[in-house]
Ligand binder design. Structure first.
Ligand SMILES: [Zn+2]
Length: 286
């Protein structure tokens, strides 16, 4: 995937630095260790103190992005992943701005929150174990970059696989804006558990289709796809399909408890959006 020249989004909220719960809990012991470490190993004291007390610069490496924590320490791999996510997010903004505009309305982009370990959202406290998610209550996508390693372990590595995951979560944001999410929640409150699950599946498949629309428009705008990219997305959709996860976990498949759809369904809906680039194609509720 060609991404380096892409526009960076201003809507990344980096909570990986201080100010989060984990960092707020840094004790005197850790401070002393950090200072001793700097003294003994010749580190830079001012950067250590900045790191511990929150520094003056506000800490955001991302120009213009809002930041609620202290300075962010990141590896080269994390830096590249953050930049990559920022470009994908910008591409979703450009795509959905255009699609909404064509429909005579205005797109309000979501914030994407980067966190480590656990995070507080309007949807409660979540750990990275639950994977990337979108919270309709605060219009934000939440992502712990360590999810990349899990994807690799699931056999869904590669840059486009990650892009697909981000575009899928932004798809849930689009569902929130166009009212699908609210209508589905209302319906789910009135039906059986089994039917509520089926509605969840349809929501997920629609988000896959919306990720396909994003791919379609971004490709038209700046030919970003490289050989093998679509296969990566399809592998990612397959790897995170409910049937695959259930089979890996239990060796069996129980269709009634699906909430994301089978691997084949997810691929089909992604392809449908990719091919047409039009919202109407993504009516998975018919
Ligand atoms: Zn989803």
């Amino acid at each position: 995937m060609r991404w380096e020249r892409g526009r960076r989004s201003q809507n990344i909220e980096d909570r990986r630095g201080g100010g989060g719960r984990r960092a707020a809990g840094i004790g005197g012991g850790a401070l002393i260790l950090a200072i001793l470490g700097a003294l003994f190993f010749g580190g830079d004291m001012s950067s250590v103190l900045n790191q511990v007390v929150g520094g003056s610069g506000g800490g955001s490496i991302l120009g213009g992005g809002s930041n609620t924590g202290g300075p962010v320490q990141e590896t080269a791999g994390e830096k590249a992943a953050r930049e990559f996510v920022s470009v994908v997010l910008a591409d979703t903004e450009d795509t959905w701005h255009a699609v909404f505009k064509q429909a005579g309305t205005q797109y309000q982009p979501p914030k994407l929150v980067l966190y480590r370990g656990q995070v507080q959202s309007a949807c409660g406290m979540n750990t990275s174990a639950s994977g990337p998610f979108y919270c309709p209550g605060d219009y934000k996508v939440y992502l712990d970059l360590s999810f990349l390693n899990e994807m690799k372990q699931m056999g869904a590595g590669g840059d486009f696989a990650l892009a697909y995951v981000v575009a899928h979560e932004v798809g849930h944001h689009v569902q929130n804006l166009i009212g699908t999410a609210g209508r589905v929640r209302e319906m789910q409150a009135r039906v059986s558990k089994k039917e509520a699950n089926q509605l969840s599946v349809r929501m997920e498949l629609q988000a896959d289709c919306l990720a396909g629309i994003w791919t379609h428009h971004t490709q038209r705008r700046r030919q970003f796809l490289e050989e093998g990219d679509l296969e990566e997305a399809i592998t990612a959709a397959a790897a995170v399909g409910d049937d695959h996860i259930q089979r890996q976990a239990t060796g069996r498949v129980y269709p009634d408890s699906f909430t994301h759809g089978t691997s084949a369904q997810r691929m089909d809906w992604f392809k449908a959006g990719l091919k047409s680039g039009i919202l109407d194609t993504c009516n998975s509720f018919q």
